[in-house]
Ligand binder design. Structure first.
Ligand SMILES: C[S@@+](CC[C@H](N)C(=O)[O-])C[C@H]1O[C@@H](n2cnc3c(N)ncnc32)[C@H](O)[C@@H]1O
Length: 278
């Protein structure tokens, strides 16, 4: 275990400001121990003895590496397969209703963490009663955290993480490891190849990865200020096709921000406009 380094109020305030500017994270009072626990190892690895020196290094770094390392350490990647499962049932139901005539479906998982969310999206569509027939399905998955994205791209998970999935689903979509990987599964390559992973920081003026029938942006806005949430939701709305759906986390709400979406079900909103079948 790495011994902890003292964090002064001035250090905490400087780090909070940097985290807010870089990725919209609000480090409220009370998060000091989290900062110390997550960053002490990094500070020492760089050969610094005080947070002050690390903060100077962060500010001086022009490569972006120091910032990525900070973001990777401070973000919370908690996720699991079929998290908030009602959303996946809703997706399946859309296949037989609003999306009945769509030949092409594009879905963006906008804070995909280690990949469980985009793979759950894909699997639930493929497993929908009636299947997806000959529709073209494209899932785009993005996150700010490069370590999480590396795990997502590899698609290797501890077997316990898929234990709750029905056995036939596990067999259809995952390969079981052997030897020292016996306790792991890997998403099948043909499934993994249907997901495109890339890095996007949602609090910057990002270039949208396309136009989508649905966007999942779940359990990330909760970390952002109201102002950042409003900017983000309106930017995501621009990336939805008319009639497209925005899925947010059940602990999140759009009630205190200005937006043009229509509430359709818990934590699901729809963009107005005529649906064009593609
Ligand atoms: C708690 S996880 C949620 C994962 C998944 N959406 C779910 O609901 O299970 C939050 C994710 O948001 C990502 N994140 C945090 N700030 C971000 C930002 N500014 N831009 C993009 N992703 C961000 C984190 O790296 C993390 O993987």
């Amino acid at each position: 275990m790495v011994s902890e380094i003292h964090l002064s109020p001035a250090d905490f305030s400087a780090l909070s400001q940097i985290a807010y500017e870089l990725f919209g994270l609000q480090l409220r009072d009370g998060k000091q121990s989290l900062v110390v626990a997550r960053l002490s190892g990094i500070v020492r690895r760089h050969g610094f003895r005080r947070f002050r020196e690390y903060i100077d290094y962060l500010r001086a770094d022009r490569s972006g590496d120091a910032q990525s390392e900070l973001i990777n350490a401070l973000t919370t990647n908690h996720t699991h397969f079929y998290r908030e499962s009602a959303h996946f049932a809703y997706l399946q139901q859309l296949l037989g209703s609003s999306w009945r005539q769509h030949r092409r479906l594009r879905i963006w998982s906008a804070a995909c963490s280690t990949g469980e969310e985009p793979y759950s999206i894909l699997i639930s569509l493929l497993e929908a009663p009636g299947g997806v027939a000959d529709r073209e399905i494209r899932v785009v998955a993005t996150d700010i955290d490069t370590n999480a994205l590396a795990t997502a791209t590899q698609g290797i998970y501890a077997a316990t993480r898929v234990a709750e999935l029905p056995a036939p689903v596990r067999q259809r979509y995952f390969l079981r490891g052997c030897g020292r990987w016996a306790d792991h599964v890997r998403i099948k390559p043909q499934i993994a190849s249907m997901v495109q992973f890339s890095r996007i920081n949602l609090v910057t003026q990002f270039a949208s990865p396309g136009q989508f029938e649905a966007i999942f942006c779940r359990n990330v806005m909760i970390y952002f200020s109201q102002e950042t949430q409003e900017l983000l939701v309106n930017r995501l709305t621009d990336s939805l096709e008319a009639g497209g759906y925005l899925f947010i986390g059940h602990a999140e709400s759009l009630s205190s921000i200005r937006h043009s979406l229509r509430y359709v079900a818990p934590a699901i909103y729809q963009r107005a406009g005529m649906v064009v079948h593609r």
